[in-house]
Design a protein around this ligand. Structure first.
Ligand SMILES: O=C(O)CCC(=O)C(=O)O
Ligand SMILES: [Fe+2]
Length: 171
């Protein structure tokens, strides 16, 4: 038996089409805000996205670990982040003005970190190292971020987040 799909009905293709339109709008806005003539999408190399799903469970985090996810930069152009909506879920970003350090680990030790409380319906957009490379450090710096062990809520805190990593990762 042969099953024939109408492409217009395949959910993954519908989603891909929606995402392509959204991506175009998002990068157009970012280019305008950053006054960039540099293409950020629209070439086969740049039009690369990958999706990540993170499940964090503080019950499974060993006691000597303070972070679900230690200080790091994402390596693409932009990261779109959606997370479960508890007010203080441990996400923090580094204030890069508070340190001269360059690498994520040193920034993680030295910088002041700013908590990012979750707001219902929000979508967070983080700059990655490829965006910094394309536009120059004077215009944009890759966001150093981390997810701490949450201090609020029950001991068995669980957290879910979804990321779309746009652009090919830097090596
Ligand atoms: O879970 C989060 O809020 C952040 C996840 C993250 O930084 C990553 O997957 O690169
Ligand atoms: Fe990240």
């Amino acid at each position: 038996m042969q099953v024939v799909f109408d492409k217009a009905d395949v959910p993954a293709l519908i989603l891909a089409k929606e995402w392509t339109n959204l991506r175009k709008e998002l990068f157009g806005t970012v280019s305008t805000i950053l006054d960039s003539a540099e293409p950020l999408i629209g070439t086969p190399t740049l039009d690369y996205d990958s999706v990540g799903l993170n499940f964090y469970d503080s019950g499974k985090l060993s006691l000597d670990r303070d972070y679900f996810n230690p200080a790091h930069k994402d390596s693409g152009t932009l990261t779109i982040l959606v997370r479960s909506s508890e007010a203080c879920d441990g996400l923090e970003i580094a204030d890069l003005r508070s340190t001269e350090k360059i690498d994520s680990e040193a920034i993680g030790r030295e910088a002041n970190f700013i908590p990012v409380p979750a707001v219902a319906g929000e979508v967070i957009v983080l700059a990655g190292t490829r965006l910094q490379r394309l536009l120059g450090k004077a215009k944009v710096r890759a966001c150093v971020h981390r997810v701490c062990r949450p201090t609020q809520g029950s001991d068995k805190h669980q957290r879910l987040s979804l990321t779309i990593f746009c652009g090919p990762p830097m090596k």
